[in-house]
Each structure stands twice: as structure tokens, then as C-alpha cells.
Design a protein around this ligand. Structure first.
Ligand code: HEC
Length: 295
């Protein structure tokens, strides 16, 4: 299945939707702060993710730990300039290794990070919510209708983190925001368009955080790599990816009567060590999928 270009397409379309990459071309960011995020770079960011997924699936291990943990990516000169990476020349996209502390797979791609933010900054809330709901399948209730969703303007506080930390000090916000923001803090090394940084407005970036209630315990981490490692070490991640793939392949949410089949798919995926082609085979081979095809 690994060599089948149609399978690559399927993963790509799934991941494109899952990671919100289809939204990248229509994003707009504050042009004073992010003038480099232009119409030339946006398609390159999509191309980066696409080539990366293609490499993981066709040349690499095809496993979730490579998809979320690899420290290589694909850049051409223009995109490398955008990211501030030196030593890449020419128009064609090429595989580039980055320091392991700076990159960890798709969660650290510019396209993905740009989607989960607003015009002027990245959003620890939205980044954390993605991890909580899309990678761990733990729902967060919708925000109460009367809450002011505006973020503190920069002023007294100098970092994105400081602006979001306020949510965690208030009793009426903490219940939901403690489930999201401290995860998102792990990606604070990336600005609103995914460029690596160690300082923001003259202050050092603090990318430490905690995943509350991961398999019943609070898991602290420091930086993007430790965040991803904590996720990869938790059974919730593989089960959740399997659930989302199941939904994608069937074009619907799982129902009560899918429980046994979904559990079987999740355990096959876990036994394969998070091998995505094994997940595809498990879903396509399931009676639920076959029945759907015959309909
Ligand atoms: C019931 C859960 C819940 C509670 C309680 C809650 N929020 Fe939220 N909040 C969310 C969710 C989910 C989001 C992200 C989705 C969205 O913006 O609709 C969010 C988003 C936000 C955002 C926008 C963040 C961004 O980067 O776009 C702000 C600001 C915010 N909340 C402030 C607050 C404040 C202040 C309180 C306390 C008075 C609060 N929220 C209470 C669930 C909650």
C-alpha cells in the first residue's frame, strides 16, 4: 500500500483536513508584522506539508511518530528565507534537517501554526484546543456566550504567553482554559506564522507547559519536542487518530454500534506501532466500511 500513489492522496486529503491546511491559502495576517507571509509563501507552506507527508508515507516509516516527531522538512530558498533557515538555495523544494529542538513534525509546520492563531499572534488556546480535541479526543465545551473573547492588547505584558496566562488565574475561565492553554504554551517557540523564536518582544520565550489529565495524570513538559514526545507516549493519541481516520473514511461520526469495530481498529493501529498504512488497512477491511461501499 505504501507505494500506491492513491494511498498517498488519501492520507494527504485526510491530513489536509485534519490539520486545517486547506485553510492556509485564504489566511490573512497583519501585514505590518508579517509582511513575509505573502501569496508566494502560503502555497509553499502547503507544499511543504504535502511533501513532508509524502516522504513519511513513501520513503519513511509511515508511522505517526515520524509524522509528529521528524526534525526534517522540505524547503526551497524562498521558504527557507521566510523561516530564517540558512543554506538552502534554488526554487526546488528539498529535504532539510533542522535542529531537533526546533522542529517536531506537522505540529511545528508554519501552515498548521498559522491556521491556529489570529492576525497578530499565534493562539495558545487554539493550538491547545487542537491537541486536546483532535489528538486526544477529549472535548472542550463551547465558550460561554457572555465571555469577552478579545485578548489583552500588548502593553504591560510583552509575550503572547503572558496575555493568555490571565485565563488561568480566573476561576470562571480556568475550568476550560487549563485544558487548552498550557498545552499550547509548548508551541510558544513559534510565532503566528510558524517561525522559530527564542525571544518575543525582548523577553525569552517560555515554552514549558503541562498536559492536564493525560491518562489520569498531569504531564509537564518543556518545549515542542517534549510536548510531542508526551503525546506520542500516550495511548490516547493513537486511539484518537484512529477515530478521526475512521470518521473521515466513513464520512460520518461513529455510533454506538461501531464501538466494537472501532476498538478493533484502534488496537490494530496500536499493535502496528502507529503505522498509518496499517490503520488504512484496518479501516478499509472493517465490515462497517465494506458495508458502506456496497450501499
Ligand atoms: C466552557 C468552557 C470555557 C470557559 C468557561 C471559558 N472559555 Fe474562553 N474559550 C473556550 C474555547 C473552547 C475557546 C476556543 C474556541 C473559540 O474561540 O470559540 C475559547 C476562546 C477564548 C478566547 C480566544 C482565544 C483565541 O486565541 O482566539 C479568549 C480570549 C477567551 N476564551 C477568554 C475567556 C475568558 C476571559 C474566560 C473567563 C471569563 C473564558 N474564556 C472562559 C472555552 C471556554
Amino acid at each position: 500500500m505504501n507505494d500506491d500513489p492513491r494511498a498517498d492522496q488519501l492520507y494527504w486529503r485526510f491530513l489536509d483536513q485534519y490539520f486545517g491546511l486547506e485553510l492556509v491559502p485564504s489566511l490573512s495576517k497583519n501585514q505590518e508584522l508579517f509582511s513575509e507571509f505573502d501569496d508566494e509563501v502560503k502555497p509553499l507552506l502547503v507544499d511543504e506539508a504535502r511533501r513532508f507527508v509524502g516522504q513519511v508515507m513513501s520513503g519513511g516509516t509511515g508511522r505517526i511518530d515520524e509524522l509528529l516527531g521528524a526534525n526534517y522538512t522540505f524547503l526551497n530558498e524562498r521558504l527557507a528565507e521566510f523561516y530564517g533557515v540558512s543554506g538552502v538555495s534554488g526554487e526546488s523544494m528539498q529535504q532539510v534537517e533542522l535542529p531537533a529542538g526546533e522542529r517536531a513534525g506537522l505540529l511545528t509546520h508554519g501552515g498548521f501554526l498559522a491556521v491556529l492563531g489570529n492576525e497578530t499572534s499565534g493562539s495558545p488556546t487554539l493550538r491547545g484546543r487542537f491537541v486536546r480535541t483532535k489528538l486526544l479526543c477529549q472535548p472542550i465545551p463551547e465558550p460561554p456566550p457572555n465571555v469577552n473573547n478579545a485578548i489583552e492588547p500588548p502593553g504591560e505584558v510583552h509575550t503572547t504567553r503572558q496575555r493568555y496566562e490571565e485565563h488561568l488565574t480566573r476561576d470562571d475561565c480556568r475550568g476550560c482554559h487549563a485544558q487548552m492553554d498550557p498545552i499550547g504554551f509548548g508551541l510558544e517557540n513559534f510565532d503566528a506564522v510558524g517561525r522559530f523564536r527564542t525571544e518575543e518582544n525582548g523577553e525569552p520565550v517560555d515554552a514549558s507547559g503541562v498536559i492536564h489529565d493525560l491518562g489520569g495524570v498531569d504531564v509537564p513538559f518543556d518545549g515542542p519536542r517534549e510536548l510531542v514526545e508526551a503525546l506520542l507516549a500516550s495511548p490516547e493519541l493513537g486511539d484518537c487518530v484512529a477515530t478521526h481516520f475512521f470518521r473521515y473514511a466513513l464520512g460520518r461520526m461513529e455510533q454506538r454500534f461501531d464501538e466494537c469495530e472501532l476498538e478493533r481498529i484502534q488496537s490494530e493501529f496500536a499493535e502496528s506501532g502507529g503505522h498509518l498504512p496499517a490503520l488504512l488497512a484496518a479501516v478499509v477491511g472493517s465490515s462497517t466500511f465494506q458495508y458502506r461501499v456496497k450501499e
